[in-house]
Write a protein that binds this ligand. Structure first.
Ligand SMILES: Nc1ncnc2c1ncn2[C@@H]1O[C@H](COP(=O)(O)OP(=O)(O)OP(=O)(O)O)[C@@H](O)[C@H]1O
Ligand SMILES: [Mg+2]
Length: 327
């Protein structure tokens, strides 16, 4: 099967007050039709920059795509004009933003905002667009959708707002949905409901999903394949089944150990929950060798000296760690 989206050697920098930071360093991955690919990693590892790059929404300046390719059905998005890109956004690729208020306006009602998507992309009359908006709200399980359609975003709960964002992102039946931390702000029960809803809609529409989160627990329930990122680099790439059966990278293992076990929250006992020691290094001051070596419990001499490549471990799996280098 051919990928619908290919990201190749993508590097993005930001000019900041203190100097230039490399937010993404040669990130490559494919997204296949109909699949859910998870991207996971601690705060600041480049998850949002990856998704914003695909949408061509990196603010330039201070951001700059230094090198790489982003191919949609084999066509280079990075060379598209702003007008071509506007057509791609919404028609082909939709995004649920990490900050709900990035895509929801406080001054328009929910139906006005969803109807706008229908009017822009499908040229519908106002009346028809409103009817379809209410239908969309029903699809994402908003109770009393006709009434809710008349609400302003601030009149809704966080969970409802998130559903509105999903309704808006799916209104034009995109081929690819990028969901950047779509449920982070929600409590666990609502989070599970919203995720189930997204999964059902994905199956119905057959779209591909790039699901971004810092929470491996959420990834386990959503993604077929997973990319683990750290300081702008891919550290491990595997099927979700392989990754959860046997995480290879010490960083991935650290992330796994910090997932609360089922039931732990309910009893209030966090048991053997462990955080990864140390902090993510500043992008302005990265260690010379492996970027994780200062926090790594399995550090070897070479780790501090030379950065490992992403090493293929099996046909479906790769890992950026010297432990897996076979001479
Ligand atoms: N507008 C910007 N200006 C300067 N630096 C930026 C900007 N946006 C991102 N960065 C840099 O890129 C890095 C990656 O940011 P990104 O938003 O992709 O992280 P993330 O993985 O999405 O984190 P989080 O889980 O907190 O959302 C940041 O650490 C920051 O240094
Ligand atoms: Mg982010």
């Amino acid at each position: 099967m051919k990928p619908i989206l290919e990201v190749k050697d993508l590097s993005v920098t930001f000019q900041t007050f203190e100097g230039k930071v490399q937010a993404l360093d040669q990130v490559s991955f494919d997204l296949f039709p109909g699949e859910t690919l998870g991207i996971v990693g601690e705060s600041g590892c480049g998850k949002s920059v990856t998704s914003l790059s695909i949408m061509r929404l990196i603010p330039d300046p201070p951001g700059k795509v230094e090198q790489g390719k982003i191919l949609l059905d084999g066509k280079e998005l990075l060379s598209y004009s702003p007008a071509q890109m506007r057509k791609v956004r919404g028609n082909r690729i939709s995004m649920i933003f990490q900050e709900p208020m990035t895509s929801l306006s406080p001054v328009f009602t929910v139906k006005e905002q969803i109807a706008e998507v229908f009017r822009l992309h499908q040229n519908l009359s106002r009346k028809e667009a409103v009817r379809k908006s209410i239908e969309m709200l029903e699809r994402v399980n908003i109770p009393d959708p006709a009434k809710a359609a008349g609400y302003y975003p601030h009149q809704m709960s966080g969970g409802m707002r998130q559903r509105v964002m999903i309704a808006m992102a799916l209104a034009c039946k995109p081929d690819i949905l990028i969901a950047d931390e779509p449920t982070t702000a929600l409590d666990v029960t609502i989070q599970a409901q919203v995720i189930d809803q997204m999964k059902a809609l994905q199956q119905e529409m057959g779209m591909s999903v790039l699901f971004i989160t810092h929470d491996l627990g959420v990834i386990a329930h959503t993604a077929k394949r997973v990319i683990v990122m750290y300081v702008g680099r891919i550290f491990e790439q595997a099927s979700a089944a392989d990754l959860f059966a046997e995480p290879l990278h010490p960083y991935t293992r650290g992330l796994m150990e910090s997932i609360p076990k089922t039931g732990a929250k309910l009893t209030g006992k966090q048991g053997d929950l462990q955080e990864i020691k140390g902090v993510v290094p500043s992008l302005l001051d990265l260690p010379q060798g492996c970027k994780f070596c200062e926090r790594c419990p399995e550090k070897m001499d070479i780790c501090a000296q030379k950065e490992p490549e992403l090493i293929p471990v099996s046909p479906e799996r790769s890992c950026r760690c010297w432990l897996y280098k076979k001479e």
